[in-house]
Design a protein around this ligand. Structure first.
Ligand SMILES: [Ca+2]
Length: 633
């Protein structure tokens, strides 16, 4: 990374031990300031003190471990499908609740992940496929709500909140991740994007002389036969899933902040390529893998996106005999590898004495067809693609020995965000449509939702306890399955005269759901793209994008009129630290990093300010507003 060499060297060093090097927690900081006014800040340095704090926390708020995989089918756990060995996921299921009918709200990465973060559907976000999309930094998220509830939040692995375009370096986007609500960040791209998007992980691959070989191997697979099966050239030690697991493990192991932690471990696997390293590559016998669901004849029904997928050679290849078994065996190996990483993380939490007071959630953004219907990948509403693992284990479920540990009610994966916020003791004060699973965690026979919704490419699916119906982008029913009597989904009833009334009824439920889940018009504009000047009725000062590892910050605002703008930064005693005279600004939103006021973290004498709380005030014509910010070096 010649562009960032010195900068990155520093970041890498800081990254490895973010907590130990910078051991003043946010809350301590504010508390100290409150007690001592503007006096000097005492440091919480020693592990002994940190340990005491942890012990105190053990009686209060639980830590939160969100484990997410990419492209893990609902049945790829021993507890759900019994063909993949996942003792650690099973343990979480046995100490919590397993949701058997959890669907992703969109069976493909970017829209699904955006939905999870925001609690909004694709018909709200406008993101219906893997199009290039950057989540706006002023988007409210569950991560911010958990952080606001007093947690220190972190992410290790893949988020896909910003585009993975050629040459992007995810390390330059940490300020966005902070704005989304994540304090400590080590983001990686998925396995495909890792050949062209840089990260802390690819920097290591490069240093070890592995990156070019990884790129060449992946290119060859993609150009030749995308579903080539064979171990990654990275080996076990440098495999991306091992990297994510070990980074999270190290972070939790070293964690010494006062706040309870909320750690999101987001594995890039078992997303293809089918390249599990040994010993996982040969752990499963291809001949004993469950057979793929055959593709039924189409019949005279309406067509939809699924039919497009079935016509594409890449997604619907001519499988060689035995190939699907080999794909599945490799995939199972990858899942077990991830499960082993989860086991190591659980052990670390147990060693810290925190396991009993930790919330653990396991989920995946969508599934993988792995040959069902003759298909690879996802992007459709069939079980292999749309149903996902969903396990929720809390201190209460752990201790509730009489709890029925399986819940068959339809649930949506956007329900996870509000669940974590509630368990964190936080509040969601923004509009969203996720629904906390907490009530059903106490009574798993209750109905959480009458139906669950999923969307892709302008299409919508409804799943209730009896039926699955999908409308194509012309809102015509084209998939209808009796979920109890046809669990493999090989008898598509759509279009038959005897189900006409049923189709009409379910279709009306989708329309009603759509009308009831519209974003209110007074919600803040989501990004510059959707903002017209006429919508900006008032001036507004927005929350800065903090960067805990760097004193630089970006201050966004919006102007209703053209005016002179000045931003002044004060310390807690009211002393003026820095004046940013921005001059005459036109009306409009100044919300992206490029537009927002940039403060380099230096005072008017050019000296770097110390870590601490500051206030920034905007003056624009008659408008003035002040917000608090935290600068951490
Ligand atoms: Ca994905």
């Amino acid at each position: 990374m010649p562009n960032h060499k010195s900068d990155q060297k520093r970041k890498n060093t800081e990254y490895r031990m973010p907590i130990k090097q910078d051991n003043i927690s946010r809350r301590t900081f504010i508390k100290e300031l409150g007690i001592a006014g503007a006096g000097t800040l005492s440091l919480l340095g020693s592990n002994a003190i940190a340990q005491n704090i942890q012990n105190a926390n053990a009686d209060t708020k639980p830590n939160i471990l969100l484990i997410m995989t990419d492209q893990q089918r609902w049945d790829a756990m021993s507890c759900s499908g019994n063909w993949v060995q996942t003792p650690n996921m099973d343990r979480i299921a046995n100490e919590g609740v397993r949701f058997t009918n959890c669907v992703t709200t969109s069976p493909v990465c970017i829209p699904a992940r955006l939905n999870l973060a925001t609690g909004l559907y694709s018909h709200n976000t406008g993101v219906w496929n893997n199009s290039t999309h950057t989540m706006s930094p002023d988007t409210p998220t569950w991560m911010q709500a958990v952080r606001d509830a007093g947690y220190r939040t972190s992410v290790f692995g893949k988020t896909h909140f910003t585009p993975h375009s050629n040459g992007v370096d995810l390390r330059t986007r940490e300020h966005l991740m902070h704005a989304y609500g994540l304090d400590d960040v080590n983001e990686i791209p998925g396995p495909r994007a890792s050949r062209r998007v840089l990260s802390h992980m690819t920097a290591i691959w490069k240093e070890k002389g592995l990156w070019e070989a990884y790129r060449a191997d992946l290119e060859e697979r993609l150009n030749n036969k995308p579903h080539t099966i064979g171990p990654t050239i990275l080996g076990l030690e440098y495999d991306a899933d091992v990297y994510v697991g070990q980074q999270a493990k190290q972070y939790i192991s070293n964690y010494s902040c006062e706040e309870p932690w909320c750690c999101w471990v987001s594995f890039g696997g078992p997303h293809e390529p089918w390249d599990a390293p040994e010993p996982y590559a040969s752990m499963y016998n291809p001949n004993t893998m469950p057979p793929a669901v055959s593709r039924p004849p189409r019949g005279g029904r309406e067509t939809g996106h699924l039919d497009n997928l079935m016509q594409q050679n890449r997604r619907s290849p001519n499988f060689e005999p035995g190939e699907i078994g080999r794909l599945r065996a490799d995939y199972a190996g990858n899942v077990t590898m991830i499960d082993d990483q989860i086991g190591e993380i659980l052990q670390i939490i147990q060693d810290r004495g925190e396991l009993d007071n930790t919330v653990i959630v396991v989920c995946s953004d969508h599934g993988e067809m792995n040959g069902d219907y003759g298909l690879l990948y996802k992007s459709n509403f069939l079980n292999g693609s749309v149903r996902i693992p969903c396990l929720v284990r809390t201190p209460d479920t752990l201790n509730n020995s009489s709890l029925d540990r399986v819940c068959d009610s339809p649930v949506e994966w956007i329900d996870i965000g509000p669940t974590l916020v509630e368990l964190a003791g936080g509040e969601i004060n923004y509009q969203q449509f996720g629904k906390s699973l907490c009530p059903v965690l106490q009574d798993t026979n209750a109905t959480h939702r009458d139906f669950a919704i999923s969307q892709i490419e302008g299409e919508t699916m409804l799943l209730n306890q009896e039926w699955k119906l999908a409308l194509n982008s012309r809102a015509k029913p084209y998939l209808l399955f009796d979920v109890n009597n046809d669990p493999e989904e090989t008898n598509n009833l759509a279009g038959r005269s005897e189900v006409k009334a049923l189709e009409t009824e379910l279709r009306l439920q989708i329309f009603k759901h759509r009308s009831q889940t519209q974003v209110k018009m007074d919600v803040e504009p989501k990004s510059k793209k959707f903002v017209t000047l006429g919508q900006l009725k008032r001036n507004q000062l927005l929350q800065n994008f903090p960067n805990p590892f760097n004193p630089e910050t970006w201050i966004p605002f919006q102007l209703a009129n053209e005016t002179d703008v000045t931003i002044r930064i004060h310390d807690t005693t009211g002393n003026l630290v820095k004046t940013l005279a921005l001059g005459t600004m036109q009306a409009g939103p100044y919300t992206s990093q490029a537009q927002a006021a940039h403060w380099d973290g230096r005072n008017d004498n050019g000296e770097r300010v110390s870590s601490g709380v500051y206030f920034y005030t905007i003056e624009a014509r008659n408008f003035s507003a002040t917000r608090k910010m935290l600068i951490r070096k």
